[in-house]
Design a protein around this ligand. Sequence first.
Ligand code: E4P
Length: 217
Amino acid sequence: MKFFVDTADLKEIEELAATGLLDGVTTNPSIIAKSGQEFIPLIKEICDIVDGPVSAEVAATDFDTMMKEAEILRKIADHVAIKVPLTPDGLRVCKALTDEGTMVNVTLCFSAAQALLAAKAGASFISPFVGRLDDISSDGLALIQDICLIYENYNFDTEVLVASVRSPMHIIEAAKMGAHVMTSPPSVIKQLYKHPLTDSGLAAFVEDWKNSGQSIL
Ligand code: E4P
């Protein structure tokens, strides 16, 4: 499973990139607004840190303006994935861009029917929002299961990018289903390292080694 981080915080991105476990970055207009930084230079800086796909979302909702925005965004770097909403115009943009070899991440997916359309439009990534479905008492992970099954049935190349991730459980369950990618806030990625038995076991090893009076170096 590839790990993308869902943030525009450069310090967090640098820290995670240094682990060697980070495969890409996703952003959206809310994340950019929260950063308080200018969109295009910020995406450029992220692209300089991470080699994998960096999602940058169009702001318009009509076909012509989205195409113009995408034209600017894709010039930032070859590994920018243009993020478009799952609407008829968004999928038209998706088809036009992927036909030209540009990566596209189709966002705001909440149903298997939408995911099927995105794959037919040639999306590089489909982003089903697991947490937001759970928030309305729907089953976000069940949607991941359905999309993985449908994509497998037809050998679609579109990668399932599990988005709106709220906990390690979302990641592990989606990994068991074979989802290709997940994107989560940095805090959730950091939680993956954690286990109380690791902490207590390490504390005991450190203490016992100290008491042995030995040194490796
Ligand atoms: C990623 O592409 C999405 O924009 C993001 O995961 C949404 O997460 P949220 O539901 O926590 O805002």
